[in-house]
Write a protein that binds this ligand. Structure first.
Ligand SMILES: NC(=O)c1ccc[n+]([C@@H]2O[C@H](COP(=O)([O-])OP(=O)(O)OC[C@H]3O[C@@H](n4cnc5c(N)ncnc54)[C@H](O)[C@@H]3O)[C@@H](O)[C@H]2O)c1
Ligand SMILES: [Zn+2]
Length: 365
């Protein structure tokens, strides 16, 4: 079977293909190697990712190009660092990887962000492709060209905008994903349903059980819709300068503060975003911006996906401390995304006292 381009990510003059397939990593490798011409490929991955993924993908690549030995990075956000990048630079140099060679990021968001960062800086840039294997990476992090590493003082503080040459998604990779990772990724999926993809929230509601069961045909449609939506948004506002790409941050202002307050240990990203979206909808309702029907609908769906919708056990002071470091503060006000209704969100400047009031109301603090 031939793998066709599902969507093109269009960025002005440039564009790159987004392939979506199911259980066909071998063919995906061949298709991508045919499209992106390099002399040799190096796959960057993790040992916690099923080795069969790498073997199948490399088998496909090998029909069109040479493949060097894979490079492994350690598992976990705490290794998304300059040190790990530096080790990769050393390994690439030792293997004599040149500008005409390419990297493959095979894994979740950690592998993707780190590999993209290394690819965009090693030898001032070598081509790379993304093969996302977590739900979060398939619907979000692999598309859009944001790369980077964390610093001890904060996440994603060093990075580049560097688009991959292609993104290849095999939804069957989601079958081996630990339950908590899978559910966490569903929070971003619900986010797309709230911010804009018309009719998508209803589709998620109608197929909730099959999605939780990981029915592959449903997962495929779901990933196609989300990845397609993200690529359109990125195409309109590649560098987040036009206020369009920022709609992807729905639920992220409070969600991110909860992640920070929990020391990045207590909640997975998606769990925090689930609670962050609930908070944004409650706040919007309290301010008379969000239509009444929205919160119950979104809460029910998040809950059905096994995501947290009740307030976290985090103090206001910890939340406020994190919020004060938010990049989106202007004139002492938080610029938060609120939903008017499903499919319509806008940025609204909000005082800390309004946020606090709703926080106290929600948490009973
Ligand atoms: N660049 C962006 O635009 C962007 C957007 C959102 C998030 N991110 C970044 O993404 C990162 C989080 O990504 P993540 O949630 O994918 O976490 P992750 O990359 O740590 O992956 C989660 C775990 O799943 C394992 N895994 C991956 N695929 C698997 C599979 N198919 N089967 C079994 N195990 C598998 C991984 O080895 C890891 O242990 C964060 O660093 C975040 O900053 C980036
Ligand atoms: Zn997110």
């Amino acid at each position: 079977m031939v793998i066709k381009v599902e969507k093109w990510v269009r960025l002005g003059e440039r564009s790159y293909p987004l392939y979506v397939t199911c259980g066909d990593l071998d063919r995906l490798g061949e298709t991508m190697a045919q499209f992106v011409r390099v002399s040799r490929w190096v796959v960057v991955t993790q040992r916690s990712i099923p080795p069969s993924f790498r073997r199948s993908f490399e088998k496909g690549l090998k029909r069109k190009a040479k493949v060097l030995a894979p490079l492994y990075i350690p598992n976990g956000e705490r290794f998304k660092t300059v040190q790990t990048a530096s080790r990769l630079y050393g390994q690439l140099a030792k293997a004599r990887v040149e500008r005409g060679d390419g990297l493959v990021a095979l894994g979740g968001g950690v592998v993707g962000d780190l590999t993209g960062f290394v690819a965009s800086t090693y030898l001032r840039g070598v081509p790379y492709v993304q093969i996302p294997t977590t739900l979060l990476a398939q619907v979000d992090s692999s598309i859009g060209g944001k790369t980077g590493v964390d610093l001890p003082v904060g996440k994603n503080l060093v990075g580049t905008f560097a688009q991959p040459r292609a993104v290849g998604i095999d939804v069957a990779a989601l079958l081996s994903l630990p339950e908590r990772e899978f559910r966490s990724g569903l929070a971003e999926v619900v986010k797309y349903g709230v911010i804009g993809e018309l009719g998508f929230l209803g589709w998620l509601e109608a197929h909730r059980r099959e999605i939780v069961r990981r029915d592959l045909s449903k997962l495929r449609h779901m990933v196609e819709v989300c990845a397609g939506f993200k690529s359109r948004v990125v195409g309109l506002d590649e560098r987040e300068t036009k206020g369009i790409r920022s709609i992807l941050n729905f639920g992220h202002t409070l969600g991110h503060a909860m992640e920070v307050a929990g020391g990045y240990q207590r909640y997975r990203h998606g769990e925090a975003i689930s609670m962050g979206m609930i908070f944004a909808l409650r706040l919007g309702e309290a301010l008379g911006i969000t239509s009444r029907a929205t919160l119950p609908r979104v809460s029910l769906l998040l809950k059905g996906f096994g995501l947290p919708i009740d307030p976290p056990r985090v103090s206001w002071s910890a939340i406020e401390r994190a919020l004060r470091l938010d990049k989106k503060i202007r004139d002492g006000k938080l610029r938060m995304l609120l939903a008017k209704r499903v499919g319509e969100v806008k940025v609204i400047p909000i005082s800390f006292s309004s946020v606090r009031k709703e926080w106290n109301f929600w948490t009973g603090e």
